[in-house]
Design a protein around this ligand. Structure first.
Ligand code: PMP
Length: 355
């Protein structure tokens, strides 16, 4: 029954297929919060080197990548676990910590995978309403019961783009009992500009039951290789490793991630393009009469003031792919300058036609 209650993830059509169907010369995908610049050139270079070894299984212990991540975050390698995308780690967390009927606390309007994985593990997803599109951390702390085992803080949050501050997280952590593992999902960490972003790894270092999830899919531009990681206590790593498929991080992904981690210039360029373009897209939306929510990510979330699905469909017919999650809200990823211009122009056309 838990599986029957789930709805399969609906993937978008391949972009070439969509272009052919619509008879358009080009389509622009601003739907999955990917890096519009692409992968680091250093990562691309090592893929060719790795290819001749593909008859071998990957290093199941990911010795080099875990070592590099441990060094980056100033922990020992037994604090680091890799996943086939951070998505896989969310699944491992649910299966490791939830027995049937156990509860997982999460915000409403957060990353959809939490609920899916919790239900798939026969747990109960306790969704706490947000306050002005921000996680209501005091209400989430109040939702903890004896049956709670996981609490998800998506920071910054997808799809809203909003952030919980250092002080808010500190107040939460003061109220979380030891029988709850706090999951800080920080997929967009590298894009954060706000000075009050919390030091979540600090809680792990202090021995709290917490895990910080990061990914190579966003600023590192390696979404297609599927690789993410968790920084957590050696005890939690040990439990997760009991059910982790031994070769979940493939050899191409391990090598490319190692190279991408080292390519600080690519990260810096991706970050500054994102910030410059985000400010322009925000201003463009304002000219059309829309106020996007504050965002610490590489996407904007905004109220179109009418049925979001209809606006999504009309944009799609023009070859502009954004994301509609529910109601009047749309999420748009910040793309290359030209892609963002095409998006704003298409949105203006769509709105003109519906007035
Ligand atoms: N967490 C959040 C908040 C995300 O937005 C995403 C990607 N959309 C993920 C986790 C999963 O990322 P990946 O599996 O590609 O590492």
């Amino acid at each position: 029954p838990d599986i029957a209650s789930l709805v399969p993830y609906v993937p978008g059509k391949p972009i070439e297929e969509l272009q052919r169907e619509l008879g358009l010369p080009r389509a622009v995908k601003l739907a999955s919060n990917e890096n519009p610049i692409g992968p680091s050139p250093k990562a691309l270079a090592v893929l060719a080197e790795t290819a001749p070894t593909l008859h071998r299984y990957p290093d199941g212990g990911a010795f080099r990548l875990r070592g590099a991540l441990a060094e980056r975050w100033k922990v020992s390698p037994d604090h680091v676990i890799l996943g086939n995308g951070s998505d896989e780690l969310l699944g491992l967390l649910a299966r490791t910590f939830l027995s049937p009927g156990d509860e997982a606390v999460m915000a409403e309007h957060t990353f959809v995978i939490y609920k899916m994985e919790v239900k798939a593990a026969h747990g109960v997803a306790v969704e706490v309403p947000q306050k002005a599109w921000h996680h209501d951390l005091p209400a989430m702390a109040a939702a903890i019961t004896d049956k709670t085992r996981l609490l998800f803080v998506c920071n910054p949050n997808n799809p809203t783009g909003t952030m919980a501050t250092k002080a808010e997280v500190a107040a939460l952590m003061a109220r979380v009992p030891d029988h709850v593992v706090v999951v800080f999902d920080e997929a967009y960490y590298e894009y954060v500009r706000h000075p009050e972003f919390p030091d979540s790894i600090g809680y792990v270092k202090a021995g709290r039951n917490a895990i910080v999830l990061r990914t190579f899919s966003k600023i590192y531009g390696l979404a297609g290789l599927r690789i993410g990681y968790g920084i957590t206590t050696p005890e939690i790593t040990n439990y997760l490793n009991r059910i982790r498929p031994p070769f979940n991080a493939n050899s191409m992904a391990q090598r490319a991630a190692l190279a991408a981690l080292d390519d600080e210039a690519h990260v810096a360029a991706s970050r500054s393009l994102n910030h410059a373009e985000m400010d322009k897209v925000r201003a463009g939306l304002q000219r059309l009469g829309f106020e996007a929510l504050p965002s610490e990510t590489n996407f904007l979330y905004f109220d179109v003031g009418r049925d979001g699905r209809a606006v999504f469909d009309a944009l799609l017919r023009k070859g502009i792919i954004v994301r509609h999650i529910d109601g009047r809200m749309l999420r748009v990823t910040i793309g290359l300058p030209e892609e963002n211009q095409l998006f704003l122009r298409a949105l203006q056309d769509v709105l003109g036609a519906s007035r």
